[in-house]
Write a protein that binds this ligand. Structure first.
Ligand SMILES: [Zn+2]
Length: 123
């Protein structure tokens, strides 16, 4: 890929990043529980029905992992935020990949432009 193309791709990634909405890291899991109270549906001998689902959000930030409950009405919003964070991670990785490629090209260009005496080392 040429330098201009790489530069254009980086600009595209930057524009995508600016468009990102609210985000948060982590993953959402569903849990069910049984309270074990006599007579409750969760301990029904014929058709036990556990309570739930309860939604739990787990994430690690700055080396600290956290788990918190999420109310069902917030789940759609949280899912959107998690998706945005994934997109953010993907885009920044793409940016770094493109940036590395661009650096490589620039160094190659500088090397081929330099006089031979500057690039050859005598041992
Ligand atoms: Zn119960």
């Amino acid at each position: 890929m040429r330098q201009e193309q790489l530069q254009a791709q980086i600009e595209k990634v930057k524009a995508e990043l600016l468009k990102l909405g609210p985000m948060r890291p982590g993953s959402l899991s569903q849990q069910y529980s049984a309270c074990q109270k006599p007579g409750c549906k969760c301990v029904d001998p014929a058709h036990p029905q556990k309570h739930g689902p309860f939604y739990q959000l787990s994430y690690t930030h700055l080396g600290k992992s956290t788990t918190q409950f999420v109310r069902p009405q917030f789940v759609p919003e949280v899912r959107k935020q998690l998706a945005n964070y994934k997109k953010f991670k993907t885009l920044t990785q793409q940016w770094v990949t493109l940036a590395l490629e661009l650096c490589k090209l620039e160094m190659q260009k500088a090397r081929s432009a330099a006089p031979p005496s500057a690039t050859t080392h005598q041992s």
